[in-house]
Design a protein around this ligand. Structure first.
Ligand code: PAF
Length: 281
């Protein structure tokens, strides 16, 4: 498997590709799990060439503790990818390689998508994500790029990014992959105790019940109900529950039959921040 660590090596590799064959990119921050593997497998089915980028992007962490504790394991990640296909190319640059002069993000206007939920609770997060994703898309020039729906707000923001920056790439959102108990796969799950990893399944169970309730009740009623459920589980500290329109991420005011809605949750468990979401209709 080819490991590329510099822009120069990357350009060398890209110059060998046939222009009429498609390139798929899966941007990651490593600590690869089954959720990432699903993105990679889909990209392999849909493209001639597949590049997985592994880069823990400092500008998208609003909390230095979270950055320091973020699992980094290039060797283990390479093994995971190798077990999927030897033909995958890994791009794992250093911080200096990606941010040559200053470790700083660009200020974007994502039309309001960036001000709610993750954006409201993680100052500067989406500017950091936008900066690194724009760099990766511009450097690698994939035909398709794959992102998980666990970070649904990120996915919508990246779609917006490619629209405002006119980046010619197809952004593909892939369904959330869950552990057997329903907990969404996340690199942060590794930081949970075994007991908490089981208890955190409550997040998805609550989302499923919220979906059922949304069929007959107002969004306000559903949100209040979710808050009450988490009060009964103080080991899971609810940061927010939001119900929004799926595309605009605008909070729902009135339910319309022809619009798609989604519920979003952020929770702290043993100091680890977990997010999840579900399509409501
Ligand atoms: O979802 C992630 O892992 C990151 O936010 C991404 C898209 C790789 C950008 O650093």
């Amino acid at each position: 498997m080819l490991l590329i660590q510099t822009r120069e090596q990357l350009n060398g590799y890209l110059s060998t590709l046939k222009t009429n064959e498609s390139l798929g990119l899966i941007p990651t921050m490593g600590a690869l799990h089954i959720g990432h593997a699903a993105l990679v497998s889909r990209a392999i089915q849909e493209n001639h060439y597949v590049v997985v980028s592994i880069f823990v992007n400092p500008t998208q962490f609003n909390n230095t503790d979270d950055l320091e504790k973020y699992p980094q394991s290039l060797e283990a990640d390479m093994k995971v990818l190798e077990s999927i296909s030897e033909d995958i190319v890994v791009f794992a640059p250093s911080i200096e390689e990606m941010y040559s002069k200053e470790i700083k993000s660009i200020n974007y206007d994502f039309g309001g998508l960036e001000h709610v939920m993750e954006g409201a609770f993680r100052a500067g997060h989406f500017n950091g994500v936008g900066t690194i994703v724009e760099s990766l898309l511009t450097l690698i020039k994939p035909d398709k790029a794959y992102f998980g729906e666990k970070d649904f707000q990120q996915l919508q923001i990246i779609r917006k990014l490619t629209e405002i920056r006119k980046i010619p790439v197809e952004i593909i959102g892939c369904p959330i992959v869950r552990e057997a108990n329903g907990l969404a796969f996340s690199s942060r799950n590794e930081r949970l105790s075994k007991k908490m990893r089981n208890e955190a399944a409550f997040i998805y169970k609550t989302l499923i019940s919220a979906k059922r309730l949304f069929g007959t009740k107002s969004a306000m009623h559903v949100k209040d109900w979710v808050v009450k459920q988490f009060k009964k589980h103080p080991e899971l500290e609810l940061e927010y529950i939001e119900i929004t329109q799926a595309k605009t991420l605008k909070p729902i005011i009135k339910k319309y039959k022809n619009k798609k809605y989604r519920a979003f949750i952020a929770v702290y468990a043993e100091g680890v921040r977990l997010i999840d979401n579900i399509a409501l209709n």
